[in-house]
Design a protein around this ligand. Structure first.
Ligand code: SF4
Ligand code: SF4
Length: 82
């Protein structure tokens, strides 16, 4: 999963780009649900939120390390294919 740091400026451009609806507005900044973020595996070659974020505040979440295969399994589960 990726995560959004407190450098987020609440610009809202990432939220509609997420194919898994993993991004939502939190109390102070936007947030990513680690249960829904596949790092865009299954949908795109690159994380779409990272591509559009104007302040580069969406790094890998060190507390949710996942292999590409684990991310793909998550994608299958979320999309009802597993
Ligand atoms: Fe959504 Fe992809 Fe960003 Fe994860 S990496 S939050 S799946 S846009
Ligand atoms: Fe925050 Fe970046 Fe998303 Fe804008 S694109 S809401 S700055 S995380």
């Amino acid at each position: 999963s990726l995560m959004i740091t407190d450098e987020c400026i609440n610009c809202d451009v990432c939220e509609p780009e997420c194919p898994n609806n993993a991004i939502s507005q939190g109390e102070e900044i936007y947030q990513i649900d680690p249960n829904l973020c596949t790092q865009c595996v299954g949908h795109y070659d690159e994380p779409q939120c990272q591509q559009v974020c104007p302040v580069d505040c969406i790094p890998l979440d060190p507390s949710h390390p996942e292999t590409k295969d684990e991310l793909y399994q998550k994608y299958l589960k979320i999309s009802g294919q597993a």
